[in-house]
Ligand binder design. Structure first.
Ligand code: GTP
Length: 569
């Protein structure tokens, strides 16, 4: 593409020079032609003037002859002036003829000869006017004179004719030369103009082609610039998205709860895919449905708050499921039927970690501005990180529960009790409210173990744990203190209320029927010792000891009872 255009460009200057030279040549030729035409006209005019002079001279000589003869024949005096006027005219004309033919020496020589002959002839004619002299002349002399006159007239005629013929010939030659020159000139001008016009036409065509090519290149350059700008914007967007993802990954590690994690994810999604909206569903442990845990954006598609596992293609297949408009894939059953289809894209991405399904990210948006390829990549990356974060959170929660819960009864363990008893006592003390502490021990548990076996004993302890959990308030702390001994912290509870609660527990335990290995166990009874702060002590360790002492006394007094340091039930 570049080689021909550069060759054309190289030829352009010589072509312009040639075209200009040809046009200049045509111009000069035109001027020269006009001048040559003028010169030819002048020489033609000159020839015509010479011819006219010859004919006028001849006419003047004839007029002189006619007047001379008229006078001699009629003797009328009127012929004399005409004669002399004709003689004078003939003499002037012969002189003019000699001057006019100065450009042609031979013609001038003829003109002079003719002038001399005419002059001689006119002198001879003048003799005719002198009648007396003629009559005095004898007949022989007159006859000789007449013969001489005739010869001179013939000579004058011959000279005139010769001059006329020569002038006609010159006229003819000049005319032919003028025509030849004119034809050559016209041919040259036509050729020069044609070549110049062809060259200029070719140049203009080349320029037009180049102009078109330049415009095309300009368009391509503009397109390339806009593509580059688009690429730069995309690069910036991707960099911003990478930065947001890295911030998200960092913050994920610090999330303390699923709610926090969902909130963070929704905000991040809002930033990363601003044109879309979405929801996050989390699985309920050991249940076959997912609940909406958070959302972002203005919803363009309506999806159920609770979805069954089988309602979502992504959950069923364990991989992302993408739909685009009416014809772009099957919609999941959790999307409401009456939501618009055309121009809407949606993407369901399962939240998976270590092979187990933890939830679902459902993103939707208008096809033009959301859930495109890049967005889908981001959403899947976010879903992957979120899945792992949820799994980590669950693991942490499990470990935390394991560290504070007793695995057999599900109640808090002794370490948790000791940590939280101090806090609860301080809180109640600040608010000037009482706090009761209950120590509970299963009666004759050794005997029970011995009769039914250790596994049956474990089953009883697990049941006791469940009963205690069901009988305490949410703010109470039910703990397994160790072995078959339990502790319940009752914040904001005075001695009376604590004793009532203890009695309820005793009744619930004695009516407990436990089935283990197809055998009915029980009934069981429990003994309970209670101490209340700040009445008994404001010190957690001491309060425990006082409650334990009350329990010891309850055992000593016959078991299956509740005993408070300050009162007995
Ligand atoms: N099955 C089972 N037994 C336990 C567990 N922890 C402690 N024990 C048993 O509980 C019994 C406690 O017996 P003791 O402390 O002598 O008291 P008791 O037999 O309950 O008699 P009193 O408390 O005086 O009514 C022991 O035999 C322990 O082995 C446990 O986790 N599971």
């Amino acid at each position: 593409m570049s080689a021909p255009s550069s060759r054309t460009r190289r030829l352009r200057i010589p072509a312009v020079v040639i075209a200009l030279v040809l046009l200049l040549g045509a111009g000069i030729a035109s001027v020269m032609g006009v001048r040559s035409f003028q010169a030819a006209n002048r020489s033609l005019e000159h020839s015509y003037r010479v011819i006219n002079l010859i004919e006028a001279t001849d006419a003047a000589v004839r007029a002189a002859e006619a007047n001379a003869r008229g006078f001699r024949n009629t003797n009328l005096i009127e012929f004399r002036p005409g004669f002399f006027e004709a003689v004078g005219r003939a003499t002037r004309l012969t002189e003019q003829l000699a001057q006019l033919t100065a450009d042609h020496p031979q013609q001038q020589a003829r003109a002079r000869t003719l002038g001399e002959a005419i002059a001689t002839h006119l002198v001879a004619l003048q003799v005719l006017l002198d009648i007396n002299a003629i009559e005095a002349t004898d007949a022989e002399v007159r006859r000789r004179n007449a013969s001489t006159n005739l010869r001179r007239v013939a000579e004058i005629n011959a000279l005139s004719q010769e001059m006329l013929a020569v002038e006609q010939m010159l006229l003819q030659k000049r005319r032919q030369r003028s025509e030849r020159e004119a034809s050559t000139l016209v041919l040259f001008i036509v050729l020069a103009m044609t070549i110049a016009l062809v060259l200029l036409g070719l140049l203009l065509a080349g320029l037009a082609r180049e102009n078109k090519r330049s415009r095309q290149l300009e368009r391509e350059a503009r397109h390339a610039v806009s593509e580059l700008q688009g690429a730069l914007v995309l690069r910036d967007t991707l960099a911003e998205q990478r930065r947001a993802q890295s911030v998200y990954a960092g913050l994920l590690q610090s999330c303390q709860s699923r709610d926090e994690l969902v909130l963070l994810t929704m905000r991040t999604m809002q930033d990363l895919v601003p044109g879309s909206s979405g929801r996050c569903y989390l699985s309920k442990s050991s249940q076959n449905f997912l609940e909406s845990a958070g959302s972002f954006g203005d919803r363009v598609i309506s999806s159920s708050d609770v979805i069954m596992h089988e309602q979502c293609w992504a959950l069923r297949r364990g991989q992302p499921h993408y739909t685009r408009g009416r014809s772009g894939g099957l919609r999941c059953a959790h999307i409401d039927d009456d939501t618009p289809v055309d121009g809407i894209s949606s993407l369901c991405v399962p939240l998976v970690a270590q092979g187990s399904s933890l939830g679902l990210l459902h993103i939707s948006g208008r096809t033009s501005d959301a859930v495109e390829d890049n967005d889908a990549g981001i959403i899947m990356s976010i879903a992957e990180q979120m899945g792992m974060a949820i799994a980590n959170l669950q693991l942490r929660e499990t470990l935390r529960l394991q560290s504070i819960r007793d695995p057999l009864t599900g109640l808090f363990n002794r370490r948790y009790l000791e940590e939280n008893l101090v806090r609860e006592m301080l809180r109640c003390e600040r608010r000037r409210l009482p706090l009761s502490l209950m120590m509970l021990d299963v009666d004759h548990f050794k005997r029970f173990n011995d009769q039914h076996g250790h596994a049956a004993g474990d089953a009883v302890l697990a049941h006791v744990g469940r009963v205690l959990q069901s009988l305490v308030r949410a703010e109470d702390l039910a703990c397994r203190y160790g072995g078959e001994e339990f502790t319940i912290v009752l914040p904001e509870t005075g001695a009376e209320a604590a004793i009532q609660r203890g009695l309820e527990i005793c009744r619930a335990m004695s009516s407990l029927t436990i089935r283990h290995m197809d055998r009915m166990l029980g009934p069981i009874t429990v003994s309970i010792g209670i101490a209340t702060a700040p009445h008994d002590s404001a010190d957690p360790g001491l309060l425990l000891e006082i409650a334990d002492a009350a329990l010891y006394r309850a055992k000593a007094e016959g078991r299956d009872r509740v005993l408070h340091t300050s009162a007995q039930a």
